[in-house]
Design a protein around this ligand. Structure first.
Ligand code: SF4
Length: 355
């Protein structure tokens, strides 16, 4: 199915969000879509095609919910938008968020205020921040325009950088603007077979790579995330082909980091996947409960996948920085031949890449 930009069939607005410029701009973009003002979010139609405009009443900024039991990269996240319409079969948001609809927090000025206080308050600390935790960073950009505002805000920050993580091709808003080298634009990649079966509403591999190339040509550094890698017959040949394809589009020197992560999900997601995506076979793999209580492939499979990916990537360019997302030190060592040993070391290594 070709990638289609999200258009809601109904918009709800909480009373405290009505007067914000972003609300007005979104209503004018979707001038044909009916909207309703509500005092109480419980009265909203619980549908995947609904859009809620409201105010973020908590902090926008949070630490990534990694786990102390695995090595994590020390990422921080901004919750500007909740949920995503792309509908990947394995998406953790299906069970993590209570609501099916997309929520956009419209008080973006409060976000910039919060970040300014944070960055100025601790000039010796380095902030590596992403918006792709509870949403795709760019899939709603055709009506929010947030990416451009964020990129320009980060462009002169000396102790912070932004990562926009996406599967989409929505980059036009950020191509001809000042970014100051403070934004990394990243793509999640998978094999064409897995894209067709598990990410069927997202752009194809080549469409993503073409968008990445256009960002590279605009001077952005590019991140790549092979996550979640899925183990299936012929995975080896097909992931290797993806790597070959990547370097037909991108220069290794412009790729700042590449992450590898194998399929993992909390046990309660299994029933949701089977019910919402009955054709998906991902839950039938050799998955066991990890020490973080998530289902993941047995260690030998993870190591086999990471080791081969690492070798194929390093053959393309030995200088590529490759890391594992939420893995044991032991898995690092057996897959890559080295390990950062702990989360702080990995965080420092990644902060240095961008400074
Ligand atoms: S693109 Fe990301 S956030 Fe959107 S459905 Fe897929 S996994 Fe979830």
């Amino acid at each position: 199915m070709p990638y289609k930009l999200f258009t809601p069939d109904h918009i709800y607005i909480t009373s405290d969000a009505i007067d914000y410029p972003v609300t007005k701009q979104i209503l004018s973009t979707f001038h044909n879509v009916k909207y309703t003002c509500v005092d109480d979010e419980n009265s909203i139609d619980r549908s995947y095609t609904v859009l809620l405009l409201t105010k973020q009443r908590a902090d926008f900024y949070k630490n990534c919910p990694g786990t102390k039991k695995y090595i994590c990269c020390g990422y921080q996240i901004l919750n500007l938008i909740n949920n995503c319409e792309i509908g990947c079969t394995y998406c953790i948001l299906q069970g993590y968020l209570d609501e099916p609809y997309i929520t956009v927090f419209v008080n973006i000025d409060d976000l910039f205020q919060e970040l300014s206080v944070l960055f100025n308050g601790d000039k010796n600390r380095y902030f590596r921040i992403g918006t792709g935790e509870l949403a795709d960073s760019l899939s709603t950009d055709h009506f929010t325009g947030y990416a451009r505002m964020l990129v320009e805000f980060f462009s002169d920050k000396r102790n912070a950088m932004l990562e926009l993580k996406t599967k989409t091709t929505q980059i036009d808003n950020i191509l001809n603007i000042r970014h100051g080298g403070r934004t990394v634009v990243s793509w999640s990649l998978n094999t064409p077979r897995m894209i067709a079966s598990e990410e069927s509403n997202a752009p194809t591999l080549d469409e993503r790579l073409l968008a990445a190339k256009r960002c590279q040509d605009a001077g952005y550094r590019i991140g790549l995330h092979f996550d979640p890698m899925i183990y299936y017959p012929n995975w080896e040949a097909e992931y290797k082909e993806v790597i070959d394809r990547v370097f037909e589009f991108l220069e290794p020197g412009h790729i700042i980091w590449i992450s590898l992560g194998a399929l993992r999900y909390p046990p309660y997601l299994e029933d949701i996947i089977r019910e919402r995506h009955p054709n998906s076979k991902i839950t039938y793999g050799e998955l066991v409960t990890g020490i973080d209580n998530k289902m993941r492939y047995v260690k030998t499979i993870r190591i086999e996948m990471f080791r081969k990916m690492y070798q194929w990537l390093k053959k393309k360019d030995p200088n590529l920085f490759i890391y594992c997302c939420m893995e044991h030190s032991d898995v690092w060592k057996r897959s890559f031949g080295w390990t950062p040993g702990n989360s702080l070391t990995l965080k420092n290594m990644m902060d240095e890449l961008i400074q």
